[in-house]
Write a protein that binds this ligand. Structure first.
Ligand code: PLP
Length: 447
């Protein structure tokens, strides 16, 4: 068995407890035909077999981490109510739970006051932060590194704001000298610092970006959709730690509980340091907001209907796994980092591979040594396929020459980019599984 079945019985117990809150109401009997339900559900189970095994430690491909059992169960429990966190009218308890959970995330970054809420994911969360940035610096451009998530340039286009792509250095971090040249032109209103880039898990030098604020007027938005929780890890390099230690100085932060926060999809989070950013969200809604004069989350978010179940899942997870340094949750992130370092060390001593640079978080990227750049890419694709045949699921990512020159995987650059292999070792179990992962990888390479 590869799924956790044991915790499932708890759902029935929790559902009975939830039911007791409504037992003063007249009974409503269910009219569902159980046989039809079974048929439909078993068809879905069968269809869902057609997936990569995201939940298994042999899956080290994309940024996919199974939700914690408590998150899964709490989400399912909330489905019997199906609250809508747009307004207290639609999700009273779950709105309160969202405010509490979001405050805990803000506190993790050192913010005692903030404005923030959950949303569909990193894209929507970044959208809100960039939108507020536009309102506060009208007519100015948004700058992000060439390794920033692709949605930043797209969101800038949606917002009608010019976008400036800032070159990266050999370590895949924003090149600060290039950024400064752009800032000196006086056209940039918001700089996006990515703490944990999607492809390589690199961390922009936030401390250096913040230092530039003394000379130039711009907002700093931290896209920590992937990396944010690593602020709790005790095994970051000194340089990476320096960036994480300054997150609280940013104007806005995005973090995705559905990436490293053990949550089901549909759970992003945007935070603003200055709660007065809420004024940009102001609107009238004559058909909601009437049950309470307290803050309804729809008054401070762009989306209208939102799943209260996401907040219930996050709140319940935080109750079990608080966001503490040295706690169980932090240890899980540290285990992933250790796994990444093990993988990097193995490649460093293998003459067939050229790891790009030591991992800053838990993503490892490596090229296959060859004479020509195009040959290296072809070999990477071959290994990717051969590994998948051995149930080891990797990812591929293309990197520009600048990020590959120091590991020198090829002697001839017939193309300007190389397709490399990439592993996201996000699951705490990856540390123990590393010898097995390496065995399968070696066998794939020896094909
Ligand atoms: C750094 C970063 N920002 C933003 C996003 C977009 O997040 P989502 O896919 O949740 O919309 C991602 C997704 O991988 C990401 O890695």
């Amino acid at each position: 068995m590869t799924f956790d079945h044991k915790s499932f019985a708890l759902l029935s117990e929790a559902l009975q407890s939830l039911d007791q809150g409504f037992d003063h109401l007249p009974d409503i009997s269910t009219t569902h035909d159980i046989d039809k339900l079974r048929d439909a559900l078993l068809s879905a189970a069968e269809r869902m077999r057609d997936n990569y095994p995201y939940h298994h430690p042999l899956y080290i491909g994309q940024m996919l981490k199974p939700p914690h059992p408590v998150a899964r169960l709490a989400y399912a429990l909330a489905m019997w109510i199906n609250p809508n966190n747009h307004a207290l009218d639609g999700g009273r308890a779950s709105s309160a739970m969202e405010k509490e959970a979001v405050a805990q995330i803000a506190k993790m970054f050192g913010w005692e006051t903030h404005l923030g809420h959950l949303c569909g994911g990193g894209t929507i969360a970044n959208f809100e932060a960039l939108w507020v940035g536009r309102e506060l610096r009208p007519g100015k451009a948004i700058a992000a590194s060439a390794q920033a998530h692709y949605t930043h340039s797209r969101l800038s286009a949606v917002l009608g704001v010019p976008f400036r792509k800032i070159a990266v250095d050999a370590l895949g971090r924003m090149d600060i000298s290039v950024l400064e040249k752009e800032l000196a032109r006086g056209e940039i209103g918001t700089v996006v610092a990515t703490l944990g880039t999607t492809a390589a898990g690199t961390v922009d030098p936030l401390h250096e970006i913040l230092a530039l604020r003394k000379k130039y007027d711009f907002r700093v938005h931290v896209d920590a959709a992937y990396g944010g929780y690593f602020i709790l890890a005790d095994n970051l390099s000194a340089e990476t730690r320096q960036a994480f230690d300054q997150i609280g100085e940013a104007d806005s932060i995005v973090i995705d509980p559905h990436k490293h926060g053990l949550q089901p999809y549909g759970c992003g989070c945007v935070l603003f340091r200055d709660p007065s950013a809420g004024r940009f969200y102001q609107h009238n809604s004559p058909y909601t907001y009437f049950t309470s004069s307290e803050l309804h989350l729809g008054e401070i978010s762009l989306e209208c209907s939102r799943p209260g179940a996401s907040a219930v899942a996050l709140w319940t997870t935080l109750r079990m796994l608080p966001l503490e340094k040295g706690g169980e949750f932090a240890r899980g992130l540290e285990a992933g980092r250790e796994a990444a370092i093990m993988l990097y060390d193995a490649f460093k001593h293998d003459e067939r591979f050229a790891p790009l640079f030591p991992p800053e978080l838990d993503i490892v990227t490596w090229a296959v040594r060859a004479r020509m750049a195009s040959e290296s890419s072809a070999l990477a694709r071959k290994i990717f396929e051969a590994a998948a045949q051995r149930d080891l699921h990797l990812a591929l990512a293309s990197f520009p020459k600048i990020m590959l020159e120091s590991c020198a995987p090829v002697s001839h650059w017939d193309v300007e980019e190389i397709t490399c292999l990439r592993a996201c070792v996000m699951k705490p179990e990856h540390r123990e599984w590393m010898p097995k992962i390496l065995n399968r990888l070696r066998s794939a390479v020896e094909l």
